[in-house]
Write a protein that binds this ligand. Structure first.
Ligand SMILES: *Cc1c(COP(=O)(O)O)cnc(C)c1O
Length: 489
């Protein structure tokens, strides 16, 4: 059985289900596997999408059998993903686009958050934890809704989402406040995202609150991307894209391909590296940043420095200066928990750290980096639309632009898969302006975009304007702990 340990050297080893239930190690590190399985590509070729996901997931999280995983995958995706391909691959011009946005919230986080609740409840059952698992999430928009959609009405769980009042887009707000479900609560915080995030972290660390909840059979948990259970499902779609190319005759089995990944917290691209370690023939992983280019700078220089202005961009889900999952990458590339601990301490104390040359050499053998600001991303949307008729969202456009730049500069002509992390309809105003030069807002932009690309508005977004607003709570950040305690279970 595969065990997991912390990136920061804590000696305790855990089973996959324990690591998923705990989320974060007690020393502040993230859980990583002691070893990686090896998958045989040829054996994966005949599998349909759900079976492929189940095979990949149970290979890494081998505490769960493949049959159990298949049940979890089927229950998680059935009737909620608009395609039984789960993550279809399409060709547009000279690159491939891996569409990860066909889930209930039209962004890629659905792929993992549709499974996480079941991974958690299965873990709780296996470990004889009978408490209600109460998931707290602070969100700047996307994660909150994907977590709500994943946890709604899942027995044994409840979910509380906190968003900054006035700090999310109207579509994002509507997506959250219209969320039905017996076990869901959505609450606005007077303050910004950092205030909400800090208040949630304080609740996790509040011994009095946790003891009082524990006495009532409630245990707090997180749906954040540091949870191993959110990483694992993302590995599967890298395999899916590769096998689709083999089946289409675009590549020979064993041939290496490249992936470009619009990156914020480094979770999605790290899943690509895990896929490589498990046996996927990966040439390069392109880390594509927006104008918050702290990661692109790091990969080029070896210096990670977050002491810079936080910029608001047209790809808000990538507006991040501290990329949590980079820690896992640093651990695997350096192989040294003491080194990771020291680098993370420098990041916390000084706002910067320096990675040693041998670690960076290992890292650069796999990862390349680039970045695109809003105007470069908008150009990419326009160019691809005019050349092929394909419309990308603002995040995907960053990945596409970085991929095009990389190809031109490196001469590397391997097949390139760009991960499409959100539906263009989710960022309709910017996409419409970039592609067609038209300025419309709200649902008018959605409707016009649908005409422009001759595709229907995704159902979950189209129905928003007719749904009742259920959640109207607004609190001060200081009252969050009391709110969590008083939420009915
Ligand atoms: C979260 C998100 C990203 C960034 O993914 P990471 O795993 O945090 O790197 C990119 N695009 C969209 C649309 C997202 O929601």
């Amino acid at each position: 059985m595969r065990l997991y340990h912390s990136t920061r050297g804590e000696s305790r080893k855990l089973r996959a289900d324990e690591a998923i239930l705990r989320g974060l190690a007690a020393d502040g590190g993230l859980y990583v596997p002691d070893s990686f399985p090896a998958l045989d590509l040829r054996a994966l070729l005949p599998l349909d999408a759900p079976r492929l996901f189940a095979r990949v997931l149970s290979a890494l999280l081998d505490e769960y059998t493949e049959a159990e995983m298949l049940e979890i995958v089927r229950a998680g995706y059935e009737n909620r993903f608009l395609t039984d391909e789960i993550t279809p691959l399409v060709k547009a011009g000279d690159m491939y686009i891996l569409e990860l946005f066909h889930g209930p919230t039209a962004a890629f986080k659905d792929v993992a958050l549709a499974l996480l609740p079941r991974l958690i409840t299965r873990a709780a059952g296996q470990l004889n934890v009978r408490d209600e698992i109460r998931v707290l999430t602070a969100t700047s928009g996307d994660t909150g809704k994907a977590a709500l959609a994943g946890f709604a009405d899942v027995p044994g769980t409840s979910i509380l989402v906190f968003y900054p009042l006035g700090g999310v887009s109207e579509v994002q707000r509507l997506q959250m406040v219209t969320q039905p479900g017996r076990n869901v609560r959505v609450c606005a915080i007077r303050g910004n995202f950092d205030d909400a995030q800090t208040a949630v972290k304080r609740a996790f660390a509040d011994p009095g609150l946790n003891a009082r909840l524990g006495a009532r059979g409630v245990r707090l948990s997180s749906a954040n991307s540091i949870n191993l259970g959110r990483l694992a499902p993302q590995i599967a779609y890298f395999f899916k894209a590769y096998l689709d190319l083999v089946r289409a005759g675009a590549i020979e089995i064993g041939e290496k391909i490249n992936f470009s990944v619009p990156t914020g917290n480094f979770g999605d691209i790290l899943a690509g590296d895990y896929a490589r370690r498990i046996g996927l023939p990966v040439g390069r992983l392109l880390c594509a940043s927006n104008a918050n280019n702290v990661l692109a700078d790091f990969i080029r220089t070896g210096i990670y420095d977050r002491r810079r202005a936080f910029l608001k961009t047209a790809s808000p889900s990538m507006d991040i200066l501290i990329s949590s999952n980079l820690e896992r990458c640093l651990y695997h590339m350096g192989g040294d928990a003491a080194l990771v601990r020291a680098m993370m301490a420098d990041l916390a104390d000084k706002g910067a750290f320096h990675a040693p040359a041998p670690l960076m050499e290992n890292l650069r053998a796999v990862f390349s980096a680039g970045w695109a600001d809003d105007s470069a991303a908008f150009e990419a949307i326009k160019k691809l639309y005019h050349e092929t008729g394909y419309l990308m969202d603002t995040h995907t456009a960053v990945g596409h632009r970085v991929a095009a730049d990389y190809r031109r500069e490196s001469g590397d002509s391997r097949p390139m898969v760009v991960l499409a992390t959100a539906s263009p309809f989710k960022f309709a105003e910017d996409v419409l302006r970039a592609a067609a030069g038209e300025t419309l807002s709200g649902f008018a932009a959605l409707g016009r975009l649908s005409e422009v690309c001759a595709r229907p508005i995704p159902g979950p977004l189209a129905s928003l304007r007719n749904l009742p607003e259920i959640h109207t709570d607004v609190i001060d950040a200081a009252d969050l702990a009391r709110y969590v305690e008083e939420a009915q279970s």
